[in-house]
Design a protein around this ligand. Structure first.
Ligand code: SF4
Ligand code: SF4
Length: 81
């Protein structure tokens, strides 16, 4: 997909609900784009590089056993195309 604005201006990245997250590390291990880092102390993922997230991808969400990962609706992307 091509967008008319720089990646930094496109609001597309995962959000983790830490109350739901069970700390299984699947999202951290699944994403090959370095979006997540791992907070050893909390035992939870951190979305430390949100703009590395591939616009339109939501692969990690479907891997999460706790349904703790969310994304904006795909329709928001129309504003940037
Ligand atoms: S949506 Fe895709 S690119 Fe973005 S964090 Fe999840 S697996 Fe990585
Ligand atoms: S996959 Fe879901 S439950 Fe597992 S660490 Fe990531 S957010 Fe938490």
């Amino acid at each position: 997909m091509r967008f008319k604005v720089p990646r930094e201006l496109i609001p597309w990245n995962p959000t983790v609900n830490h109350e739901k997250c069970i700390g299984c590390k699947t999202c951290f291990e699944f994403c090959s784009h370095g979006v997540y880092s791992w907070d050893e102390e909390a035992g939870k993922p951190v979305v430390s590089n949100p703009t590395n997230c591939v616009v339109g991808c939501s692969g990690c969400r479907s891997q999460c056993p706790a349904e703790a990962i969310s994304f904006p609706p795909l329709s928001v992307l129309r504003n940037y195309m």
